[in-house]
Design a protein around this ligand. Structure first.
Ligand SMILES: Cc1cc2nc3c(=O)[nH]c(=O)nc-3n(C[C@H](O)[C@H](O)[C@H](O)COP(=O)(O)OP(=O)(O)OC[C@H]3O[C@@H](n4cnc5c(N)ncnc54)[C@H](O)[C@@H]3O)c2cc1C
Length: 230
């Protein structure tokens, strides 16, 4: 059975270059999800035309421990959907369906994890990193985060702050493309880690090749493709 709830917009802000975050208030409602999952959301109206309609799939960036709101973030492409989402008045009710997906932390909290996020692919990772930090997850997490430049790197300050105080979280930031050298030189226990690769489809395909070349067992890699970005 489909489960759709109506949640009000409670925040709209720019968090990096051409990158926006929108939050939906939970108030008395409960929205149970696991860090790393995504939602399907539909707007009540479009203020600008959009050939793909008023609905999109978006990962949740906030932590499940945040009981006041859920947040999503996205690159601003100029699509009618995204322009509308940023301009609808606060308190407008949005249809939210979900949560969906299995791109979530391993059951064992001791399992080392390596994330490779390209650009806006950071959204499910920031949710998992926030959550892991809050629950003091004992297993190590390393994040390889690639962006074109500093200005477009969403959540970078927050990630640096967590890395500075949490010895279980290592941030490897790069402006440019992920290559084998960047990954290889940074991970000591590569054979033990579960790998999570997320971002626009071309980035995921490129990183898949890098990991295979490094000899990482396919069974230890999980992929999440943000289809819809060219
Ligand atoms: C599991 C999953 C999770 C996802 N999570 C996220 C997420 O957290 N954040 C996120 O941003 N995306 C996420 N996506 C992708 C998301 O669903 C959209 O496909 C994506 O954001 C592109 O939507 P859009 O409205 O920008 O482009 P679309 O309207 O879908 O158009 C596709 C392309 O056309 C271009 N385009 C569209 N309209 C215009 C216009 N008016 N002028 C110029 N160019 C235009 C866009 O640049 C885009 O490249 C996820 C996808 C999946 C499957």
């Amino acid at each position: 059975m489909r489960h759709i709830i109506k949640l009000p917009i409670v925040g709209q802000k720019t968090i990096a270059q051409k990158t926006n975050e929108v939050s939906f208030g939970l108030s008395d409602k409960e929205f149970v999800f696991m860090a790393g999952q995504y939602i399907q959301m539909a707007l009540p109206e479009l203020l600008y035309p959009d050939p793909k309609g008023a609905s999109r799939t978006l990962s949740i960036a906030s932590s499940p421990n945040d009981k006041e709101k859920i947040s999503i973030s996205f690159r601003d492409s100029g699509s009618g959907f995204k322009r509308t989402l940023m301009e609808l008045p606060l308190d407008t009710l949005i249809d939210v369906e979900g949560p969906f997906g299995f791109f979530t932390l391993p059951r064992s909290t001791f399992q080392p994890v390596a994330f490779i996020a390209g650009g806006i692919g950071i959204t499910p990772c920031i949710s998992m990193i926030r959550f892991a930090d809050e629950i003091e997850r004992p297993g190590s997490i390393i994040l390889f985060y690639a962006n074109r430049d500093k200005e477009s790197a969403a959540y970078l300050n927050e990630l640096e702050t967590i890395a500075a105080r949490n010895p279980n979280f290592i941030l490897k930031n790069k402006f440019g493309r992920i290559d084998a050298e960047f990954v290889q030189n940074s991970v000591t226990n590569m054979s033990e880690a579960i790998w999570y690769v997320v971002g626009p489809a071309p980035m995921v395909a490129a990183v898949r090749d890098v990991l295979f070349r490094l000899g990482i067992d396919e069974g230890k890699i999980r992929f999440e493709e943000f289809t819809g970005y060219e």
